[in-house]
Design a protein around this ligand. Structure first.
Ligand code: VG1
Ligand code: CO
Length: 543
């Protein structure tokens, strides 16, 4: 095998964000861009010599070309083996499972997740560590350091590998094992849930629609829901992964999955609606006439997890990202189990899961998961809901109402202000940070601030500290607003404003969330002077 050692210069801006490195696809396609990052990953983990990796992606534009380059670089760097999903496909949770199951030295996942795909859209890459989870901050920092000083990379001068058929091939000495992307994941799901009861549910006429959004979960959902569980053909829609996700935005929320949302609010609604994102780690759950916010879904799943065989013995604890609502905290308190609040991004859950401090984790951004892998897992959440529905035999809406009756309701919404000039966004956040100490006692639109701070996280397992993780302001009457800047965007800055209002067990649980949150929204707008500062008060996306 001929190995080329190519001299290169460091490339600026290759700092991984909330979930890996994300840039415009054309940037990733620039000569040396991907190579620079991949070599930096290998260097940051003391080389690839003799190691085994999992490689796969969500099938977006440039996925296959990127994988071929990674294979050539892995071979040139002395890797022993690479496990690749057929046609280059692997959902993020499936990749996490493979890393764990085959005890590899990590994996490279090619995806920009919920961001659109195509030559003029987004691409991304993430390195996951041997526990199957996203690289923690010390490793992403080491990768970034490497990108800033890299002077050469190694690549094999070899023909491309056929990824279209299953089987082992060789590139030089390195084994390339092309595997069925679905099989191991399907077996894992069958080991967690009661497939017999879920099959019976479908056999009894239960209907659902799963929108794969032209993304990677299509083949997984088809094999599991329509295959193993006997749901009628056509249950999974938009099931064939496409390079540009059918021109859509593979983000499972009421805005980007509007068709499904409309169906679920109509008289023709099936019993359950669900959707997943580009790389299959997010989920949306909708009952007939009942959208379940991700924060509520986390709480309901935690409270009912014992209906599924894997969680019958109970949960060791629950973790949520800081901006996620406090709904799951109430469940943890009632169960007398630990409850942890982490910064945004799944990488912060890894230590808690490894140390068995928590069993279930979730984020307000439609991510839920458990200790079965080290990523959030869209289809897992759908299957856990199905398992619970198979046991409780109640409509989703009734399960929600019952939950709120016991715990109260955390009305919740997120406002995204996208593509703001980075300068304006930074200034807004800096100014707000400077005001934090003086906010308590002040009132905005009639709501009095009780507390304000900037979130920082002390990891209870390894003692690492992550600062600057979002600004939090609490108001009288159990309301909270959180501000942070997105770490996954590729254009300007995105300001995320997370709004929350608790209503106790005796309160009104059937309001429109936007109505319930009116007071908090007004206070947020007055406090930030958002209209004057960024020229708009209306967010681009409300979830
Ligand atoms: C967003 C979400 C965060 C999630 C991350 C990755 O990050 O808010 O909760 O973990 O995306 O999700 P940010 O920094 O843009 O707010 V995905 O499905 O990329 O894997
Ligand atoms: Co995702």
């Amino acid at each position: 095998m001929k190995i080329d050692t190519i001299s290169c210069k460091p490339i600026a801006g290759q700092k991984p964000g909330t979930s890996g490195l994300r840039k415009k696809t054309r940037v990733f396609m620039e000569p040396g861009y991907l190579e620079n990052f991949i070599q930096s990953v290998f260097n940051a983990i003391d080389g690839a010599q003799g190691k085994c990796f999992v490689v796969g992606g969500d099938g977006r534009y440039f996925n296959r070309q990127a994988i071929q380059k990674i294979l050539k670089m892995a071979a040139a760097n002395g890797a022993a083996k690479v496990i690749v999903g057929q046609n280059g496909l692997l959902s993020t949770p499936a990749a996490s499972n493979l890393i764990r199951k085959y005890k590899t030295d990590g994996g490279l996942i090619l995806s920009a997740s919920h961001n659109p795909g195509g030559i003029d859209e987004d691409f991304g890459i993430k390195y996951n560590v041997p526990n199957g989870g996203p690289a923690p901050e010390n490793i992403t920092a080491a990768i970034y350091d490497q990108t800033c000083s890299l002077s050469e990379y190694k690549i094999a001068d070899e023909p491309i590998i056929d990824l279209g058929s299953i089987g082992e091939r060789k590139m030089g000495e390195m084994i390339v094992d092309v595997i069925d992307p679905v099989a191991d994941y399907k077996a894992l799901m069958a080991s967690l849930f009661d497939f017999v009861h879920i099959r019976n549910l479908f056999a009894g006429g239960f209907t659902m629609v799963f929108d794969a959004m032209h993304a990677v979960t299509g083949p997984y959902a088809k094999a599991i829901l329509e295959g193993a569980l006997g749901a009628p053909e056509g249950t999974v829609i938009n099931a064939i992964p496409s390079e540009d996700f059918g021109g859509g935005h593979p983000d499972p929320n009421p805005v980007w999955a509007k068709g499904l949302m409309d169906l679920m609010m109509s008289t023709n609604a099936p019993y359950l609606g669900a959707a997943s994102d580009g790389d299959g780690d997010r989920n949306m759950i909708i009952g007939r006439n009942a959208y379940v916010t991700p924060s509520d879904s986390l709480a309901v799943l935690a409270a009912n997890a014992h209906f599924a065989p894997a969680y019958r013995e109970g949960l060791s604890g629950i973790a949520r990202s800081m901006p996620t609502s406090a709904a799951c905290d109430r469940v943890a308190a009632k169960m007398h189990i630990g409850c942890y609040e982490t910064p945004t991004g799944w990488k912060f859950f890894g230590n808690l899961l490894d140390a068995d401090k928590v069993t279930i984790c979730g984020e307000e951004s439609a991510g839920t998961g458990s200790n079965h892998v080290r990523e959030k897992d869209g289809l897992w959440a759908v299957l856990l809901w199905l398992n619970i529905l198979a046991e409780r035999r109640e409509p989703v809406k009734d399960i929600l109402l019952d939950h709120w009756k016991h715990y109260g309701r955390d009305y919740y919404s997120r406002y995204d202000y996208e593509a703001i000039p980075a300068e304006d966004a930074n200034k807004l956040v800096d100014d707000l940070r400077a005001q934090l100490d003086s906010l308590p006692g002040k009132s905005f639109a009639g709501l009095k601030v009780t507390k304000a701070d900037e979130f920082s996280y002390n990891d209870p397992v390894d003692g690492s500290v992550s600062t600057g993780q979002g600004l939090r302001v609490w108001f009288e009457g159990d309301a909270r607003v959180v501000f942070r800047l997105s770490g996954t965007g590729t254009e300007g800055a995105t300001l995320r404003v997370y709004l929350e209002q608790y209503v106790d067990t005796h309160g009104n649980h059937t309001q429109d969330p936007q109505v319930a949150l009116k007071g908090v929204v007004a206070a947020m707008l007055e406090m930030t002077d958002l209209g004057n500062r960024i020229g708009r008060t209306e967010p681009n996306v409300i979830t």
